[in-house]
Design a protein around this ligand. Structure first.
Ligand code: ATP
Length: 246
């Protein structure tokens, strides 16, 4: 197809503390407007890849030892986190990381501290249209929200930076099935209505494959399998080990 490449990772190796190799020889590609899933069990290295893309490995003494990462054709493997946000890639971190004592609205506004007031209010209102429940609870302190509502705030906060690419780390974690459906349908809406490109890290393979175009499966720091969601859903190993089907 003629879709342009938004994000391309070539053979990256990532090491923590100068010694522990968490990711080895991983390559992946995300094209404009796609939803691409990065699947695998606990500790497979998925979050480490996301952190490398967002340039937040430093905080954990992690380092890209080899390989390259290109965002819209620009090499970003040595870029700083704010630069990557300005280039249009924003991460929604695992565990949501909200300011528990700030209100919904305050959490949204601090997510976009670089923009002017009119832009801020416009983006905030867009988030409230996307998640009407957050509009109702705009003055509620984030610590009092349900897990699903907190995930909505985390996604909303990322959207405040007007991203072109959204990188989500386990958005379904700890949420009830009905709420997961709601969050995943919002992810699809964002792709369809705003043309957002999505990189989705998930342990919940069946949910992720239901909305992704393409997926990579990681084990022990490596990509062991990749393909269209359709092909992966038919794959016998995927069915047995990741979907719990026989
Ligand atoms: P999870 O869903 O649990 O986050 P994951 O697939 O995202 O799993 P990572 O968090 O990327 O996996 O972890 C990959 C490997 O790197 C694991 O062996 C983990 O123990 C190790 N690791 C992760 N963070 C650090 C760190 N800050 N320091 C040292 N080792 C780490």
């Amino acid at each position: 197809t003629g879709q342009s490449t938004v994000l391309a990772i070539h053979n990256i190796q990532i090491v923590y503390g100068g010694a522990i190799e968490a990711v080895r020889d991983v390559s992946l590609e995300v094209k404009a407007g796609q939803i691409v899933a990065l699947l695998g069990s606990n500790g497979a290295g998925k979050s480490t890849v996301l952190k490398a893309i967002s340039a937040v490995l430093d905080a954990e003494d992690g380092e890209i030892e080899k390989g390259s990462i290109q965002l819209f054709g620009e090499n970003i493997e040595r870029a700083a986190a704010p630069h990557i946000v300005r280039r249009g890639l924003v991460q929604v971190p695992e565990g949501r990381r909200l300011f528990a004592t700030l209100t919904v609205e305050e959490n949204l506004l601090v997510g976009a501290h670089l923009q002017n007031r009119a832009v801020l209010e416009e983006e905030r209102d867009k988030v409230f249209r996307l998640f009407p429940r957050l509009a109702e609870k705009r003055s509620v302190v984030a610590g009092y929200l349900s897990g699903g509502e907190q995930q909505m705030v985390a996604i909303g906060r990322a959207l405040m930076s007007r991203p072109k690419v959204l990188a989500l780390d386990e958005p379904s974690l700890g949420l009830a099935p009905l709420i997961v459906s709601e969050i995943f349908s919002t992810i699809q809406t964002l792709r369809h209505t705003q043309g957002l490109t999505i990189l989705l890290v998930e342990q919940n393979a069946s949910r992720a494959l239901a909305i992704a175009d393409y997926a990579y499966i990681m084990e022990n720091g490596r990509v062991v399998l990749d393909g269209t969601s359709e092909a992966l859903r038919r794959n016998a190993d995927v069915r047995e080990f990741y979907l719990g089907l026989s």
